[in-house]
Write a protein that binds this ligand. Structure first.
Ligand code: GDP
Length: 523
């Protein structure tokens, strides 16, 4: 049986505090995957207790690691890929977004589009990932719905289509009206939550509706929804799937408004596995043999074992346990005996998996972020970028006998795709590059806890780096020879030019028009 149309692989994008954790928890709860509220965080705490380096997570109250949660509902399998919310970990997040087929964008009704939402949205746009918008916290005082819709449309250059409408907000909140089904979800009881009973009406002129909400609430709802239905695009599933239109749901993750509608919308409208960009040609999920790519590697989840889990997104074929797949660039096929499927409360051995599914492959460092895995070794997925680091530091070892351990540690962490390591052409000090400040703290803490390496970080004479290439190898060589003191190699031995400032990059690239300076490198 072909399960391609019953997978929904998605991520939630948002700015910290918009309500991603709360919504995740509610999705898993309504999806039947967990039974008690609070379990997502509880699970997080357990995980933290197991691993030393995650202390930073605890101290800073942020989530550094991303994981996968699967739940099944109404005959569909939902794979929710959790993306770290903190902006310092954007690179990891970007890669996770290459593994989804759609996204849910959560916006705080009082704050609208915030910086991190916008950045993540831009990554989705690069790949035309379809987006469903959830305007959260309508149980609190928020900005007027029109203002929020216009902001989404203007800032993100998207058509918006309201699917529901809040009847008041904050102390005037009387529920959420579904504009298509003509039902009202009302707050009930002292906690003013939605208890699951949506009341159906014969449209807004139904006298029953007038008897259910205040006359002021009804008058505003009628006026606003009429304007909204006339003023915005109507729902068009093709425009949504092309990434040109976003359906907008108003709700409250905390009080359960709009959550069931969101799952229904994902099931009904969100695409199943989409074709993935690859060479020599894009891979469609209908392709019969197994292909996939690694979008994340998590090392040392258990400090007692030097194991790693590589997260593979399956793009085609039916994966079966024990199957042999060949990672690109390594040549030798490897047999996958203990693939892991991730459920909210447990992990299971995967006997079978289908396009859109994510499986965890335990390994000892063979698999790297960006690797293609395939049965026939005749394809390579493209578009998993490395980003130019924005912070470069020189690593100073306090005990010089630990050079080997240091290299091993930096290589391990580079392999996870979180930090990058550069080997300067001149001198023996290693340079590490990160996209955000917090990664430096993670690095030092892990060096100490996992590798027993006492090291410090010093300012490097550079601030940024670019991968260099040229059509004619002679042009590249000439450039490298003249700039040896600024040259380094990345861990795959690609030449990298280290610059003091972005302005310097502009200056040298004007002087060497035949050399290409790239801020990202596709693996
Ligand atoms: P994250 O940082 O995006 O994961 O946000 P959280 O889910 O941790 O939520 C941030 C804060 O907003 C928490 O105090 C939540 O209880 C609160 N919150 C989340 N959703 C809602 C909502 O729908 N209504 C209200 N009033 N508060 C909410």
């Amino acid at each position: 049986m072909n399960h391609t149309s019953d997978r929904r692989t998605f991520a939630i994008i948002s700015h910290p505090d918009a309500g991603k954790t709360t919504l995740t928890e509610k999705l898993l709860y309504f999806g039947g995957a967990i039974h008690l509220a609070g379990e997502v965080k509880a699970r997080g705490q357990n995980r933290r207790a197991r691993s030393d380096w995650m202390k930073i997570e605890q101290q800073r109250g942020i989530s550094v690691t991303s994981s996968v949660m699967t739940f099944e509902k109404d005959g569909l399998t939902f794979n929710l890929l959790d993306t770290p919310g903190h902006e310092d970990f954007s690179e990891d997040t970007y890669r996770t977004l290459t593994a989804v087929d759609s996204a849910v964008m959560v916006i705080d009704a009082a704050r609208g589009i915030e910086a991190q939402t916008r950045k993540l949205f831009e990554v989705c746009r690069l790949r035309s990932v379809p987006i469903i918008t959830f305007v959260n916290k309508v149980d609190r005082e928020g900005r007027p719905p029109f203002e929020l819709l216009d902001e989404i449309a203007d800032m993100l250059q998207l058509d918006v289509c309201p699917m529901s409408w809040p009847v008041g907000m904050g102390s005037d909140f009387e529920g959420v009206y579904d504009l298509h089904a003509n039902t009202l979800s009302q707050p009930e009881g002292p906690s003013r939550e939605f208890m699951g009973r949506a009341i159906p009406f014969d449209g807004m002129d139904d006298p029953k509706l007038a008897a259910t909400i205040t006359s002021a609430g009804l008058a505003t709802l009628k006026d606003e929804s009429e304007l909204a239905m006339g003023g915005y695009a109507s729902f068009d599933v093709e425009a949504y799937r092309a990434g040109d239109l976003t359906p907008v749901y108003f709700g409250s993750a905390l009080k359960d408004f709009g959550v069931a509608e969101l799952i229904a919308a994902l099931g009904q409208h969100a695409p199943g596995p989409r074709p993935q960009p690859a060479e020599p040609a894009a891979v469609t999920p209908e392709r019969p043999d197994v292909t996939g790519f690694i979008f994340k590697v998590q090392a040392n989840m258990d400090p007692n074992h030097r194991d790693r889990i590589a997260f593979m997104r399956l793009c085609s074929g039916t994966f079966k346990r024990g199957m042999k797949l060949t990672p690109t660039g390594h040549g030798k096929p490897i047999a996958i005996h203990s693939p892991i499927l991730f459920f909210a409360q447990n992990r299971e051995l995967a006997d079978e998996a289908f396009p859109g599914d994510i499986i965890g492959i335990p390994n000892h460092g063979t698999l790297r972020v960006g690797d293609t895995m395939s049965e026939r070794a005749d394809v390579r997925f493209t578009g998993l970028p490395n980003f130019a680091p924005e912070i470069l530091r020189r690593v100073a070892l306090k005990d010089p006998t630990k050079t080997k351990q240091l290299r091993k540690a930096l290589d391990d962490m580079a392999e996870e795709g979180v930090t990058q390591v550069f080997y300067p052409e001149i001198g023996s000090n290693l340079i590490i590059g990160v996209v955000g400040q917090l990664q430096l703290e993670v690095l030092l803490s892990r060096l100490d806890a996992e590798y027993k390496v006492d090291a410090g970080l010093e300012m490097a004479p550079y601030d940024t780096a670019r991968w260099v290439s040229a059509e004619d190898p002679a042009d590249l060589k000439a450039f490298m020879d003249l700039n040896r003191s600024s040259m380094a190699k990345d861990r795959d031995a690609n030449p990298v030019y280290m610059a003091k400032t972005a302005w310097d990059v502009g200056y040298v690239s004007d002087r060497y028009p035949k050399v290409k300076f790239a801020a990202t490198r596709e693996r």
